[in-house]
Ligand binder design. Structure first.
Ligand code: SAH
Ligand code: SF4
Length: 411
């Protein structure tokens, strides 16, 4: 498939520093409002001596009309707009690479934080659905990941740091805004219909920031997403699953990948801490008992198909046993290879027969479409490529500088 490259990486690495650019010393640190939930924003307004209903107004401007300039917030008095402009800002993380595929898939790489070169990625996948066009955004929660699953490119990058709420919600903001850049402010609308916390990182190990971001996703003053359309994916941080149930009602996906402890210890090492019995019990506790309309009617089970490793008929049989008392929908994910990955992708036939075994046993079992293959590697892979390219650009700049130096010294 062909790729339409909209912008390339390392642009900012190439840009010369303006001599009049402000220095670190004279920049005033402004409060970034982008990642604030409504209670936090209400408190902020009270703290600066304003009415707390301003929080809802400002949230709508930020998350529904994608306005970053206080001057455009027309239902707020000129005086308050000036005050806000002095004290705060609305700032999404910097996009260093964006790539829009012809099939509608969009992918962004963000540089997060100043100067430490941390990169995270976000992917948007469109799909026709009974209810209309779905645009699902896969959001990252950490730079890298400490859990080191053996088939995961993010895990191979190690853990660098947690993302802040504005870096998490900023990914959703940028994706929505990408459809609205040329639309007059008054006509802007939200385009992303679904969010999955399935990008880089383990969301339950960055709990507070992820929770606060998901609250903004569900808030009617912000994205107003239905709780069934926000999914958190975890490799199985059991105590945090129980905490999540208490704090928020969103859909849950479990990265299972192996139906027995021996194999799961190898593929998903956190299994040594929270083995399958504990994980399945936590999932059972997550399922809503009250029978009300809820996102907690089932869990989604993710299972990456690794050739010859976890795709044998006996593994399908073990899955049936393991999941027999857990209302679940199973999603088989064809493995996405990356350089030096110690695995291959299971053959199509093998995936289909695995699916058939599970479907025959009464499970809803789907195979994930590998969409946007031209730009979409599995999580963490594009970041690797961009980091390489940025490094190459920096090396090249160094080389040019060295050559200039040599030429100067030679007169
Ligand atoms: N840490 C969380 C969420 C991020 S990973 C978790 O593990 O659930 C999101 C999903 O991508 C997980 O199901 C993960 O197992 C899967 N994944 C990671 N590397 C992959 C690869 N190379 N091919 C296919 N899926 C992969
Ligand atoms: Fe981390 Fe998820 Fe990758 Fe495992 S699969 S290393 S938990 S991001």
């Amino acid at each position: 498939m062909s790729t339409e490259v909209v912008a390339t990486a390392a642009i900012s690495a190439e840009q010369p520093q303006s001599p009049s650019a402000p220095t670190q010393q004279n920049t005033v640190t402004k409060v970034n409002l982008l990642g604030m939930s409504r209670p936090q924003l209400e408190k902020f307004f009270e703290d600066i001596g304003e009415k707390k209903f301003r929080a809802g107004q400002v949230m709508k401007w930020i998350h529904q009309f994608f306005v970053t300039d206080f001057a455009e917030m027309t239902n707020i008095s000129g005086k308050l707009r000036e005050k806000l402009d002095k004290l705060c800002e609305i700032k999404a993380p910097e996009v260093v690479h964006k790539n829009y595929s012809k099939d509608g898939t969009r992918k962004w790489v963000f540089r997060v934080g100043e100067g430490d070169g941390s990169l995270v990625e976000t992917v948007l996948i469109p799909a026709e659905h009974r209810s209309g066009l779905r645009r699902t955004l896969c959001i990252s929660s950490q730079v890298g990941c400490a859990l080191d699953c053996s088939f995961c490119s993010t895990g191979k990058q190690g853990f660098q740091r947690d993302l802040t709420p504005d870096e998490i919600i900023g990914q959703l903001w940028v994706a929505n805004y990408s459809y609205m850049e040329d639309v007059p402010v008054a006509d802007r609308e939200r385009s992303v219909t679904n969010v999955v916390m399935m990008g880089m990182g383990e969301p339950l190990l960055n709990y507070d920031a992820v929770l606060s971001s998901m609250r903004i996703m569900l808030d009617d003053f912000a994205y107003g997403m239905s709780k069934r359309r926000v999914t958190l994916s975890t490799s199985g941080v059991v105590p945090k699953i129980d905490q999540l149930v208490k704090d928020i009602d969103v859909a849950l996906a479990i990265s299972l990948h192996a139906p027995n402890d021996e194999l799961r210890n190898e593929l998903v090492p956190i299994n040594k801490k929270y083995p399958l019995e504990q994980l399945i019990a936590a999932c059972q506790r997550y399922i809503a008992k009250d029978g009300n309309e809820s996102s907690r009617k089932h869990v989604t089970i993710e299972y990456v198909m690794l050739d010859g490793v976890n795709d044998h008929p006996e593994h399908a049989q073990q899955m049936i046993k393991l999941l027999k008392n857990l209302p679940s929908k199973i999603n088989l994910i064809p493995f996405n290879p990356f350089p030096h990955a110690p695995y291959g992708r299971s053959s199509r036939n093998r995936i289909i027969s695995f699916q058939k075994t599970l479907s025959d046993a009464g499970f809803v079992c789907t195979i994930r479409q590998t969409r946007g293959d031209d730009i979409d590697a599995a999580c963490g892979q594009l970041v690797g490529q961009v980091a390489d390219r940025t490094r190459r650009a920096e090396q090249w700049k160094k080389k040019v500088a060295q050559q200039n130096e040599i030429m100067r010294s030679q007169g």
